[in-house]
Design a protein around this ligand. Structure first.
Ligand code: BGC
Length: 382
């Protein structure tokens, strides 16, 4: 299943040569390095500049904003060497400031939902902002996705993003020092390393919220993408998408992606869980559990373009969200309107609502401990 990057790159070069000969316009393979950044992408309402950094290596080109640590663009070649942006987003800063889709963003302090925004930690009750029906989602109404990060280049093709989340921010306890490294490896893999420390116990569940469409953003539905998820169980939810606490078997349900199937194959079944989520919006319990090094979680393939992405993680879960709430109110950088199912997320994470579900793996970070989490996206074609 692992894509052979060398083969991919060779065929990409051949594809470019063939195209040039045929005289058609196509995006060129990116020049390597991180020397292109930063450029000014826009300004916050108070006038602060937001920068955009560009990384290129191993046939992958990544554009990252200092606002929200947002992956604003991820360009990959198809099987003929044609580069397109496979991540949903916006061409300007303004819509990122107000949208609640979390396109490409870093999510914290707590990726996913906490029931009624409440939890008790060491005997103290905390109330978080409620921003998704009765629940708190993705760190509250101004989570890490809506903050400016301090970005510095790191090595040949990497960025280090840092921020201090003050005690009490969005209701969470403790001053949290967060560091996220975005790296393009020699093979063009996109690696994300998260690290954090705190001066008081706090729940923490960091992730990245990129929406993928391997055919290119704005090209339509991801229902024909083939998805494999290495999970025999998932966490079913109630109607506000809080886990019931059960770790249910996927076998014999629309949630069985173990052998790979098209995203759209079962999405219209009248299964109660699909009705609650308006599609897939569920945490899959990865068979491998929590691991010291990233291990296989999911593989996504677009048969049309041939583009393939494999996701490996140290996390025990992945939220597969099939872009159900995209409702034709937002327009991507290519000028196309996003409709339901035009992109999908594979958010590596601990399980939703863990602070209220004692039998889920703990998400509490304590002083003296270091939070570490890694997710690697590797790309190829087939
Ligand atoms: C959640 C969805 C939500 C989306 C964007 C996902 O992580 O699971 O329910 O609509 O983020 O807000």
């Amino acid at each position: 299943m692992s894509p052979s990057r060398r083969t991919v790159l060779a065929s990409a070069a051949a594809g470019l040569a063939a195209t040039a000969a045929a005289g058609q316009a196509r995006a060129a393979a990116p020049a390597e390095g991180n020397g292109e950044g930063p450029e000014v992408f826009g300004h916050l309402p108070d006038g602060t500049e937001v920068h955009r950094w560009t990384l290129s290596r191993g046939g992958t080109r990544l554009k990252v904003l200092s606002y929200g640590g947002i992956v604003q663009s991820l360009e990959l070649p198809d099987r003929d060497g044609e580069y397109v942006n496979v991540s949903l987003g916006f061409g300007t800063l303004a819509p990122y400031l107000t949208a609640t889709t979390y396109f490409g963003a870093l999510i914290g302090r707590y990726g996913n939902r906490i029931a009624e925004g409440r939890f008790t930690l060491d005997g103290t009750a905390y109330q978080l902002p409620v921003n998704d029906g009765p629940n708190s989602l993705h760190g509250g109404d101004r989570g890490f996705d809506k903050r400016l990060w301090d970005v510095t280049p790191n090595g040949r093709s990497g960025l280090t993003l840092r921020r201090t989340s003050p005690d009490g921010e969005m209701g969470y306890p403790g001053t949290l020092e967060v560091r996220v490294d975005y790296t393009l490896t020699r093979d063009g893999d996109f690696r994300i390393d998260y690290e954090a420390t705190t001066d008081a116990p706090t729940p923490l569940n960091l992730t990245n919220h990129t929406y993928f469409n391997l055919g290119g953003e704005g090209t339509g539905s991801i229902e024909d993408h083939r998805l494999e998820i290495a999970a025999a169980r998932y966490t079913p939810v109630g109607e506000t998408l809080i886990p019931t606490g059960e770790l249910a078997r996927v076998q014999g349900t629309p949630f069985d992606f173990r052998r790979g199937k098209n995203v759209g194959r079962d999405i219209r079944e009248s299964h109660q869980q699909l009705l609650y989520g308006q599609g897939y919006d569920h945490n899959f319990v990865l068979d491998k559990g929590i691991t010291g090094a990233p291990r296989h979680a999911a593989t996504l393939h677009d048969p049309g373009s041939g583009r393939l992405m494999r996701v490996d993680t140290t996390e025990p879960g992945v939220q597969f969200y099939s872009g159900n709430f995209l409702d034709a109110t937002l327009t991507g950088p290519g000028g196309r309107v996003y409709r339901q199912g035009d992109g999908l997320c594979l958010e590596t994470q601990h399980f939703p609502d863990s602070p209220n579900q004692p039998h889920f793996p703990t998400t509490v970070l304590r002083p003296g401990e270091t939070y570490r989490s890694t997710t690697v996206h590797s790309f190829g074609t087939r």
